[in-house]
Design a protein around this ligand. Structure first.
Ligand SMILES: *Cc1c(COP(=O)(O)O)cnc(C)c1O
Length: 432
């Protein structure tokens, strides 16, 4: 499989090169030269997710140096359950794909572990520096996946004062090869810094920089696999193709789902559900894409004003990219968490509540037409300070999340300037 940049469609890269580089040298994002399509039935879905994922993703790895490693990479990455539950009871059409049973309690664990498995096999003798900007959950997942690996050190930038207390703990608690950096700015500033670092050839080469943000296709491939696996499961008992509702920030998840649909997964309508950040809603309304400054919401992992994967969605065939967009503000998030808990006892995190609210807004007729799968993107314990007052009781952590509470933490602090980041990278490299 050849990979092409969204900017210059002439230069071709191997998958390994694309994973190693993160973003294309011309500033674009890597896209597969063509979307591989699986004939229905050719990838049996009644198997473990790890086995299914390896076969689903095999066309991307064809003729690549990682081809022979794909089964092992999937076996290492997909080690925790991904239940598809009926949060409001089986008589309602809503299904929640619980993506939060991994070590850091959000779907980012899949991509981070898969990508690190690839880096382990690509790094060679000198470690890579995985530079990641995080709005909250990516950093924890990347730090956890990178901890104690010799193939990489991780440098994670997070916006000061914009992550929840537990998220901050989870960003700052990993071993010495993981550095958490608090940036004076918002998430878009963190993303800008990462982009600027990659754009400096000297810096990029000196530190063997690579990206673990969802600009790296290696984050998105495992997500396309679990989306496809869930679609087959949801389609089993229903004549109509299941619809999907995806809480969206940088659109990595949304793109992975659209890729899975284009590859032949039984996915019907796709709704991108956003928080009060209006960029996607306005794009869908007007057909014009205009980045905006991000606004802070209760669903902080989705506080994105310039979704980095938008250009991937825009690069798909118009049919493959067909979506609708729903916007859910903080008041509606709160009301949905409280109402669904009162009705059924199910507890949503603020991000997942956006998808649940979107399902409720469909109305009885559309709800009844098909199964609707929402991505439950994070464990509610990560946002206990938001969720607990709304439901009036304590949210229990999963065992993995409970174990993070006992760890010691450390962080660095920098202004949102490239020189400050460059200095820090040098300093940390000497220390390492
Ligand atoms: C990252 C994240 C999102 C947004 O996903 P994108 O791929 O950036 O669109 C939603 N919910 C949670 C809990 C997240 O961590």
């Amino acid at each position: 499989m050849k990979l092409l940049s969204t900017c210059d469609r002439d230069a071709a890269f191997s998958l390994s090169e694309a994973l190693r580089l993160g973003a294309a040298p011309d500033g674009g994002l890597f896209m597969p030269a063509h979307v591989p399509v699986h004939v229905r039935g050719s990838v049996p879905s009644d198997r473990s997710l790890a086995e299914f994922a390896a076969d689903w993703l095999r066309p991307f790895f064809a003729d690549d140096t990682l081809e022979g490693e794909l089964d092992a990479i999937c076996a290492e990455a997909f080690t925790f359950p991904v239940p598809l539950v009926a949060p409001l009871g089986t008589d309602r059409s809503l299904r929640a794909l619980e993506l939060f049973h991994g070590p850091t309690g959000a779907f980012k664990d899949f991509g981070a572990r898969f990508l690190m498995g690839c880096f382990d096999r690509l790094a060679g003798s000198e470690p890579l520096t995985v530079l990641a900007a995080t709005s909250g959950d990516t950093g924890g997942a990347v730090g956890c996946a990178a901890e104690n690996r010799r193939s990489a050190r991780a440098v994670i930038l997070f916006p000061a004062g914009r992550v929840s207390p537990f998220q901050e703990r989870q960003l700052t608690c990993w071993a010495d090869n993981v550095t958490a950096v608090e940036v004076e700015g918002d998430f878009d500033d963190c993303q800008r810094l990462v982009k600027a670092a990659f754009a400096q050839p000297h810096l990029s080469a000196a530190h063997r920089l690579t990206s673990a943000n969802s600009i790296n296709l290696g984050r998105l491939l495992p997500q396309a696999a679990y989306c496809a696996h869930a679609a087959f499961r949801a389609a089993e008992n229903s004549g109509e193709l299941p619809g999907f509702i995806v809480p969206s920030g940088n659109l990595g998840h949304g793109f992975a789902l659209l890729l899975a649909r284009a590859m032949g997964a039984p996915v019907g309508p796709v709704i991108l559900a956003t928080n009060a950040n209006r960029t996607l809603l306005e794009w869908h309304r007007t057909g014009r894409y205009e980045a905006r400054p991000s606004v802070a919401t209760l669903a902080n992992a989705m506080d994105v004003g310039n979704p980095s994967n938008f250009e991937r969605v825009a690069a798909l065939d118009p049919g493959a990219a067909e979506v609708t967009v729903e916007l859910v503000n903080d008041d509606a998030i709160k009301a949905r968490i409280a109402a669904d808990y009162a009705a059924s006892g199910y507890v949503w995190c603020p991000h997942s509540a956006i998808a649940a609210e979107t399902w409720h807004r469909l109305g009885a007729k559309r709800q009844g037409e098909r199964a609707w799968v929402t991505a439950a993107t994070a464990h509610p314990f990560k946002f206990a300070e938001t969720v607990e007052p709304l439901i009036g009781s304590a949210v229990e952590p999963s065992p993995a999340l409970a174990s993070i509470e006992g760890r010691s933490t450390a962080k660095q602090h920098i202004p949102a300037r490239l020189e400050a980041l460059a200095e820090l990278l040098d300093r940390e490299k000497v220390a390492a």
